[in-house]
Ligand binder design. Structure first.
Ligand code: NOJ
Length: 768
């Protein structure tokens, strides 16, 4: 049933679909994007609707109820149909499936006073039922087109099943792998994070939100969450303004430029101020400086948690504070619904804040086309057709292959021959299809995912494959090691799967130790001895960099497989047996020991850079200050040679663009992909600049014996930074560019920016 048929005439005339808001420009300037201009019909429709809504109904639009069974504490279950029918719920989290969402939507559009459709929301992070690699893994592909098409497939499946709003992409920069949520983002570098953020937004949202295959995306968690102290989830973050603007904000900026429809503030306090209560963050920066015009949705119970943060005495105060700060939608705790009506009756400012937020929710519903089709095209028939289609599963396998990083391959241990007679597969994670899917797979089914063991079984039916768990990923139980040793002694080759259970990554899964638990280390050491020189390939399954110095030194081959989703095992088998040449690169630095973190590429030099022969330099007295595996690192079965870095000019004025040309030759024996990386250093500036930061990259396919020439163009934004007055500027002086196959294996070129300092943005609004 079309809701327009049910609306009062004045509304019905205006209730039709609209184009997705005009894409913002990415031109340098104060405002990245202004709020998308509402068209006249939309404005008229929303205004007339608002004019007949009661205060409670408006607050209802700002209330997101959890599905029954999800709620904890004094929240509002979606099962409370009385509230839904009364129009006192605007959105629902955690109900999916076309029939289930239809039933609730029907209730609203047929029985509630204004027939305003609900928004059904869910965390669709890396796939819906077809599960793609976890975002950190997919970042290792350095392939934004892949990220975009995977997000598109997730949106196609999710929307067919009734979901119109996802809480993704997570765009937090993470430089501390103790923080479990590092798995949800694109790693440590702002440029990679920005490119991936924009790609995922485009994938989820498509070109028009009212396309039934499009869903509203959410860039989260705004901002600085990844800097939580000690890597402890939810802990406070102490950040300099410069770091906030130059490291943590860029992916949000990129998501906004890509037209992201919603933003979720972070749980943690940043410099003492929880973002859910920060008008500086949500209004001064997000709306006024970054030009965001969409919805701000709270994190789960985060409004109520302002009391525990100690910035509100009661949940009522918390609700008022969050509303004043600019949180439009209250997820799951019911604080707005419980406390705002009474407060707003005597507070004109609060009433106008509520109007503003309700308007944004109604606009989002309009832009999704829900006033024309409240079901957004979802149906059980369509869901059955598009969910886990063979094309989607093939796409998951492609994504999984591209996300694998080959960390070590001594004496060409890999690829293994398909003709080996017997293979020992050791390690409990090898048989763990649930872990293969990774964290945040709400709808994905473990029995539909391919474990490493199952993937290897498909390689050659004549190959004898024997499996032993050996030791569990987390436990200290080593009683299974003798069986694993026996298998290793008998086999022609050994695949040893090590790492962490996927449940030990993600939200609330911080770790104090990045080292392998003793049980797994002992397993590795004893299997290595039992193998007596036969090939041992370590396959890592993990959602964060691990500190594995013994493995890195002693094992001949190491494959980083992260959690690759539905097709994990098939993709690993493709790489181990040479059907695919690995091409992924690390989106994060791997430390030698937990004590080194945070350890990341884009650090500054210090006045006393590390020098092992000089005690009075930065570093440790008990460990090298270098990383185990650097950012951007990843080997191939082929080999690439980089030519000199050529520049269009070696002297430019600030604001000019610069062409950078790199020729890469595939000098190995097989066709393969390479990720060409470009890094920048501002040699001398008014503030200390990173020794190297990623500014461009391109994945290219190069046939054996052939060469590819890659051209990059850099502009003022790439050379800019926040100066002492917190203006975004390009200063004159010398710059160095580094092009190569990783951040440490590069060729250099130099250029000079002449003339005066160029100011791209005035000073940032002072942090509060
Ligand atoms: C809490 C998480 O921080 C957030 O990322 C997620 O979207 C919400 N829960 C909803 O599940």
């Amino acid at each position: 049933m079309k809701i327009a048929n049910l609306l009062p005439l004045a509304f019905a005339a205006a209730a039709c679909s609209t184009a997705h808001p005009t894409r913002p420009t990415t031109a340098p300037g104060v405002t990245t994007r202004s709020a998308p201009p509402a068209n006249a019909r939309e404005t008229q429709f929303v205004d007339s609707l608002l004019s007949v809504m009661t205060l409670e109904e408006k607050i209802g639009q700002l209330t997101m109820s959890p599905a029954e069974g999800l709620q904890t504490g004094p929240q509002r279950p979606a099962g409370s149909t009385a509230q839904v029918r009364a129009g006192l719920v605007g959105s629902i989290i955690g109900v999916w499936g076309a029939d289930r969402t239809h039933a609730l939507q029907k209730l609203v559009v047929e029985e509630s006073p204004h027939r305003i459709p609900l928004l059904f929301s869910l965390d669709v992070l890396h796939g819906y039922r077809t599960v793609f690699p976890v975002p950190l893994a997919e970042a290792a592909s350095f392939d934004p087109s892949l990220a975009q098409s995977d997000a598109r497939i997730a949106a196609i499946e999710a929307t067919a099943n009734g979901i119109v709003w996802t809480f993704a992409p997570m765009v937090d920069i993470a430089r501390d792998p103790r923080w479990g949520r590092i798995v949800e983002g694109a790693g440590e570098e702002p440029y990679l994070g920005s490119v991936m953020a924009a790609a995922r937004v485009r994938g989820f949202q498509g070109t028009r939100l009212d396309d039934p295959a499009s869903m509203l995306a959410t860039a989260k968690h705004y901002a600085g969450y990844g800097a939580s102290e000690g890597g402890r989830d939810y802990a406070t973050a102490e950040l300099s303004e410069r770091t906030f603007w130059s490291t943590y904000l860029p992916p949000f900026r990129a998501a906004i430029s890509a037209g992201v429809g919603s933003i979720m503030p972070a749980f943690s306090a940043v410099n003492g101020s929880p973002p859910h209560a920060s008008a500086w963050m949500l209004r001064d920066v997000l709306r006024n400086r970054l030009g965001f015009g969409g919805l701000v949705v709270s994190d789960w119970t985060a409004v109520m948690e302002l009391v525990k943060h100690g910035v509100a005495a009661t949940s009522g105060e918390a609700g008022q504070l969050a509303m004043r700060a600019g949180v439009d939608v209250d997820m799951s705790d019911g604080v707005y619904a419980d406390s705002l009506p009474a407060r707003a009756r005597t507070n004109q400012q609060l009433r106008s804040d509520i109007d503003e937020s309700a308007r944004r929710v109604l606009r989002a519903k309009w832009e999704l086309g829900l006033f024309s089709d409240p079901y957004h095209g979802a149906s059980e028939e369509k869901a059955a057709r598009v969910t886990r289609s063979s094309a989607n599963i093939e796409a998951a396998r492609t994504a999984a292959r591209e996300s694998i990083v080959l960390l070590k391959n001594d004496r060409a241990t890999l690829p293994l021959s398909r003709d080996i007679k017997s293979l020992a597969v050791i390690g409990a994670l090898a048989a763990d299809a649930k872990s293969a899917m990774g964290s945040w797979t709400i709808v994905g089914q473990a029995n539909e995912a391919v474990s490493v063991l199952d993937g290897l079984r498909h390689v050659n039916p004549a190959m004898r494959i024997r499996y032993a768990a050996g030791a569990s990923p987390e436990g200290a139980d080593t009683t299974g090691i003798p069986e694993a040793e026996a298998l290793a002694r008998d086999a022609d080759a050994i695949v040893l799967v090590l790492g962490e259970d996927a449940d030990r990554t993600g939200e609330a899964e911080s770790r104090a130790f990045l080292e392998l638990p003793l049980g797994q280390l002992q397993l590795a050491q004893r299997v290595s001895r039992a193998a007596r020189g036969k090939p041992v390939v370590v396959v890592l399954m993990n959602g964060r960099p691990l500190a594995i110095p013994w493995i890195a030194d002693s094992m001949p081959a190491i494959v980083e497989s992260w959690y690759l989703g539905s097709e994990h095992g098939n993709a690993v088998a493709d790489v181990l047996f040479g059907a695919y040449s690995p091409s992924g690169k690390l989106p994060v630095t791997f430390p030698r020991a937990t004590g080194q973190v945070p350890l990341y590429l884009a650090h500054t030099n210090s006045g006393r850079p590390p020098n092992p022969s000089d005690k009075y330099t930065t570093g440790y007295n008990d460990l090298s200050s270098t990383q185990l595996f650097p950012f951007g690192f990843g080997l191939s079965y082929s080999a690439f040679r980089y030519g000199d870095v050529r520049l269009s000019r070696d002297n430019i004025r600030a604001g000019d663009s610069l062409g950078v040309i790199v020729t890469v030759s595939n000098v190995g024996a097989r066709d393969a992909d390479e990720v060409v990386q470009l890094y920048l250093r501002d040699d001398v500036a008014s503030v200390a600049r990173p020794l190297k930061q990623l500014v461009r990259f391109r994945r290219v396919h190069i046939r054996a014996g052939a060469s590819e020439t890659v051209t990059f163009s850099l502009g003022a934004e790439d050379l800019s930074f926040y100066d002492l007055q917190m203006r975004r500027v390009v200063e004159p002086g010398g710059f160095t560019l580094f092009a190569g196959t990783s951040s440490v294996d590069t060729k250099e070129a130099h250029f000079v920016v002449a003339g005066d300092t160029l100011v791209l943005e005035p000073a940032t609004p002072r942090m509060q």
